[in-house]
Design a protein around this ligand. Structure first.
Ligand SMILES: *Cc1c(COP(=O)(O)O)cnc(C)c1O
Length: 391
C-alpha cells in the first residue's frame, strides 16, 4: 500500500511564515493553549484606572509570563501602554521590534560591554550598583540623552543600591551627573501579604529616599503592591502577574480576569481493578475498580512533576464534564493519568479536559503543584497548539 502524500511544507519566508513558539495544528496537538488578549487588555485597563494619575506599565519578562511576548506587547501597546519592563537585554530587543516608540527598561541591570546595544535599541538599563552607574555615565558622555533607571534595594537583597549608597548618591552634588535618571525604583519583598510589617518598612524607606530628589519619577509597586492599603503607586506601577490573570490579593477573590485556557486531549481510557498501580514508580494503587483517562500533557509541557499526588499532597486536577478529577500516579514527560470514575457522560478518547481555565485558575494549579501560579505560567509548554483571541 502506498502512503497517502502529505501536504507539502509551507513556502519559506512568504506570508505563511509561522510565529515562534512553534504551534502544531489543533487536530495534531494533544493540548490547546488559548490566550485571551482582550482579557489581558481589560486587566491592564483596570489596573491603570485604579492607579491613575500614576502610569501603569507592563512587565513582560519571560515571554510575557509564558503567554507570548509579541502578541502581549502588541495588544498592550494598542491599548495605550507606553512603558515595558523585561529582565534581559535580549528580551528588550524583542520588545523593541514590536513597539518602536515605547519606553523599555531592562530590570537585570547593565552587564559589562552591553552599553552600546542598549543605546542602539534605545533600551534603558535599571542600574543597581555604583559600578553600573559609572559605566553608564562613561557611555552617556557620547550620547544625548541616555536615560536610565536606578534601583534601590529596600529589603530584597538581590539587586540595587543599598539605602546608604542611595542616600549618598541622591544627596551628593554630582552623584547623578552625566545622564538623566528617568526612574527611581525599588521592589516589594512580600506585597502579596498585606499584613507583613516589611511592606510598611519598605514604603517608608522608599518615600524617604525619593524625597531627596522629588523631581525624579518613582516606582515601587508590582501587582500585589497595587492592592496594598497604603496605595504605594508613586508615579508608575509595574504589574506582571495580575495582567496575566494571577490573583494579586491571595486569600480574597481575584479581581483580575483569567487570560489563559489550557485544554488537553484524552488519548486513551481504561478500567483498572483494585490493587493495580498507575505510572512510574507505582506510586498510586487503585482502591477499587476505577475508570482512568490518559491525557497528552506532561512535565515537558510545564506540568510540573511536583503536581503528582503523594501520600501528603493531593496533586493536580483536571476539569471534565462538570467535575474536578484528580491526577493519579506520577506525572510523566508527555502524559498524565486522571481518575474519571463516575464522570458522565463517560470520558472517551479525543475528549478535551481543562487543565487551566475558569474552573482551574492558575493560582490553584500552582498550589496543587506545590508551587505558585507564576511558575505555572512561565513554564507553559512549547508543544501546545497556541491560539490568540482578541487584541
Ligand atoms: C517581575 C517584577 C515585577 C512584576 O511583579 P509581579 O508580581 O509579577 O507583578 C515588578 N518589578 C520587578 C523589579 C520585577 O522583577
Amino acid at each position: 500500500m502506498r502512503p497517502t502524500p502529505l501536504p507539502g511544507p509551507p513556502p519559506q519566508g512568504g506570508r505563511e511564515r509561522r510565529r515562534a513558539p512553534q504551534a502544531s495544528a489543533p487536530a495534531e496537538a494533544p493540548a490547546n493553549l488559548t490566550i485571551d488578549l482582550d482579557a489581558l487588555v481589560a486587566n491592564w485597563r483596570a489596573l491603570a484606572a485604579r492607579v491613575a494619575p500614576a502610569e501603569c506599565s507592563a512587565v513582560v519578562k519571560a515571554e510575557a509570563y509564558g503567554t507570548g511576548l509579541e502578541p502581549a506587547v502588541r495588544a498592550l501597546a494598542k491599548a495605550g501602554c507606553r512603558t515595558f519592563f523585561v529582565a534581559h537585554l535580549a528580551e528588550g530587543r524583542q520588545v523593541r521590534t514590536v513597539v518602536p516608540d515605547a519606553t523599555i527598561y531592562i530590570l537585570g541591570g547593565l552587564l559589562p560591554e552591553t552599553e552600546a546595544t542598549h543605546v542602539h535599541f534605545a533600551l534603558r538599563p535599571v542600574l543597581g550598583s555604583g559600578e553600573e552607574i559609572a559605566q553608564w555615565r562613561r557611555l552617556a558622555a557620547t550620547c544625548d540623552p541616555c536615560p536610565a533607571a536606578i534601583h534601590i534595594d529596600t529589603g530584597m537583597n538581590r539587586l540595587g543600591l543599598s539605602p546608604d549608597e542611595a542616600r549618598r548618591l541622591l544627596t551628593s552634588d554630582d552623584g547623578l551627573r552625566g545622564f538623566p535618571v528617568a526612574l527611581l525604583m525599588s521592589h516589594f519583598v512580600a506585597s502579596e501579604e498585606p499584613e507583613a510589617p516589611i511592606n510598611a518598612h519598605q514604603i517608608e524607606l522608599f518615600e524617604e529616599l525619593r524625597a531627596l530628589r522629588p523631581e525624579i519619577p518613582a516606582s515601587l509597586a508590582n501587582s500585589s503592591g497595587i492592592f496594598l492599603p497604603q496605595r504605594p503607586y508613586f508615579d508608575l506601577v509595574r504589574p506582571g502577574y495580575a495582567l496575566y490573570g494571577g490573583n494579586p490579593t491571595p486569600g480574597a477573590p481575584n479581581p483580575m480576569r483569567g487570560i489563559v485556557k489550557l485544554q488537553a486531549r484524552i488519548l486513551q481510557c481504561r478500567t483498572v481493578e483494585a490493587g493495580e498501580t498507575v505510572g512510574y514508580g507505582a506510586t498510586w494503587t487503585a482502591p477499587d475498580r476505577r475508570r482512568l483517562a490518559t491525557i497528552g500533557t506532561g512535565y515537558a509541557d510545564g506540568f510540573l512533576r511536583s503536581g503528582s499526588p503523594t501520600d501528603a499532597t493531593a496533586g493536580g486536577q483536571a476539569f471534565i464534564a462538570g467535575s474536578h478529577t484528580p491526577f493519579v500516579g506520577r506525572i510523566s514527560m508527555d502524559l498524565i493519568v486522571i481518575d474519571v470514575t463516575g464522570v458522565t457522560p463517560e470520558a472517551k478518547a479525543g475528549d478535551l479536559v481543562e487543565l487551566i481555565g475558569e474552573h482551574l485558575p492558575i493560582d490553584i494549579v500552582g498550589r496543587n503543584a506545590g508551587s505558585i501560579g507564576y511558575e505555572i505560567l512561565t513554564s507553559l509548554g512549547r508543544r501546545y497548539h497556541r491560539a490568540y483571541i482578541g487584541g
